[in-house]
Structure formats: structure tokens, C-alpha cells
Design a protein around this ligand. Structure first.
Ligand SMILES: [Zn+2]
Length: 243
């Protein structure tokens, strides 16, 4: 399987969650992998959460990616579709000052109505970003095939679970919340991409910029011979190399 590796350009990443633990459950391992990358910034936006859960969200994300900032809107948990305008306005307000390269958000076909609304709106707000839709296991049983995988080292997979338990004390007593559930899903996604652990994502569309010259090629080739690569009007172009 060919891995597409982002270039060394700066990555500004926005993580969106409907609820205070969504981001860390959906892409916490990926954030731990990204925490060792240079030129990378992470910000989080959580739509719901009373004071206790909002505080958990504010404290949690920087544990996964040091320096990450978090904003919590405090909209009512479980009722986001009835607050469509407030959700849209909140996203547009953040977007007015935030043009990330990469956005993490729930799946647009998630069984939970709050996740689903956010997953559907995100691509209407950030049209030029690469949007990775993460998955959240749940009682409803809505896991579906994913299109992209981020391998997570065994150490970071276990660290993700430790941090989830430490960061969300209000949730650990739920009957579905345990180490095997989190590790098991990462193990399945890892098996699917031939590694031990991974997180899976669904990407609606992306541009593979195979024609862009590397810095080394640019140095050695007459610039007049290098043709610019067309970019889709509404697509984010993430320079990639294969490893
Ligand atoms: Zn949730």
C-alpha cells in the first residue's frame, strides 16, 4: 500500500467536535502522531458542553497536541439540528479568522444527529480545506468503510486511551467506554491498512498533486521548464510524496 506523505509546508489544523470528547475519540491518535511534526498548529472548536464538560474539552486537546487552543460554544447537547442557524453562524464566525489546510470533523453520515449536522456543514464552510471525517463508535452501530488511514504507533495508541481516560472523567463510567473498545477499533483499522493500529477517516474529495516539483527538482531544473500544476477551484492542494 502506498503512503501519501504531506510535504514540509506549514499545516494549520482545525479540529471540530459536536461534543467535548468527539475530537479526541475520533482523531486523538492522529493528533499524537502530528505532535512531533514541525510547522504545525492545531485549534479546536467544540459546539456543545456545559461548564464541567467544556472544561474537560479545554484541558484535553493540549494533552494530545501541546499548544492547541480550544473554543467551546456551549450549544445544547443532543439538539443541534434545532439550532441549525447557531451552528452555522458559529462555524462561519470561526472561519472568518481561520483558514486551515486540514479540518477534522465527524462523518456526514454519522448516526448521531449532532455529529451528522456538523459533518454535513463543514464542507460548506471550509471549501478549500482538506476535510477528514473521523468516526465515533457508538451503540447505534454505524461504523462504515473508511477511505483513508493514519497509522498510529502502539505506544501512541495506548497513550491515546490513557489520555481519554484521564481527560474525560465524566464519561468513563459509560457502559461503552473502555480500553478494549478504543484499542479494538484502532486495531481493526490498522489491520485494514497493514499496520498494528490506525485511525480511519472518510474523505469526500482531495487533489493529489503529483506534478508539483520537489525543492530538489526545482533547484536542478531550469525554472522555465517547470509547468505549474493546475489546482481545482474548490479543492485544497496538499503536496504529497509517496513513501
Ligand atoms: Zn459526540
Amino acid at each position: 500500500m502506498v503512503a501519501l506523505v504531506p510535504g514540509e509546508d506549514r499545516l494549520d489544523i482545525l479540529c471540530l467536535g459536536a461534543h467535548p470528547d468527539d475530537i479526541e475519540i475520533g482523531c486523538g491518535g492522529t493528533l499524537l502522531e502530528l505532535s512531533g511534526r514541525d510547522n504545525t498548529g492545531v485549534a479546536g472548536l467544540v459546539l456543545t458542553g456545559g461548564s464541567d464538560r467544556a472544561e474537560e474539552a479545554v484541558q484535553a486537546l493540549p494533552r494530545f497536541f501541546p499548544g492547541a487552543t480550544v473554543e467551546v460554544l456551549g450549544l445544547p447537547d443532543g439538539h443541534l439540528p434545532a439550532h441549525w442557524e447557531a451552528v452555522k453562524d458559529g462555524l462561519e464566525t470561526v472561519a472568518s479568522g481561520c483558514r486551515p489546510n486540514v479540518v477534522f470533523a465527524p462523518r456526514a453520515d454519522d448516526a448521531h444527529q449532532d455529529h451528522r449536522l456538523l459533518g454535513r456543514l463543514v464542507s460548506t464552510v471550509w471549501r478549500d480545506s482538506l476535510i477528514l471525517h473521523y468516526e465515533i463508535p457508538k451503540w447505534d452501530g454505524d461504523l462504515r468503510p473508511v477511505t483513508h488511514y493514519v497509522p498510529v504507533s502502539p505506544e501512541r495508541a495506548r497513550r491515546k486511551v490513557e489520555l481519554l481516560n484521564e481527560s474525560f472523567p465524566s464519561q468513563v463510567s459509560r457502559d461503552w467506554w473502555d480500553d478494549e473498545m478504543f484499542l479494538g477499533l484502532m486495531r481493526i483499522r490498522g489491520m485494514e491498512c497493514r499496520t498494528r493500529y490506525a485511525e480511519g477517516f472518510h474523505i469526500g474529495k482531495t487533489v493529489l498533486d503529483f506534478g508539483r516539483p520537489t525543492a530538489r527538482e526545482t533547484d536542478s531544473v531550469d525554472r522555465a521548464e517547470v509547468q505549474p500544476t493546475p489546482v481545482h477551484k474548490n479543492g485544497h492542494r496538499l503536496p504529497v510524496s509517496a513513501s
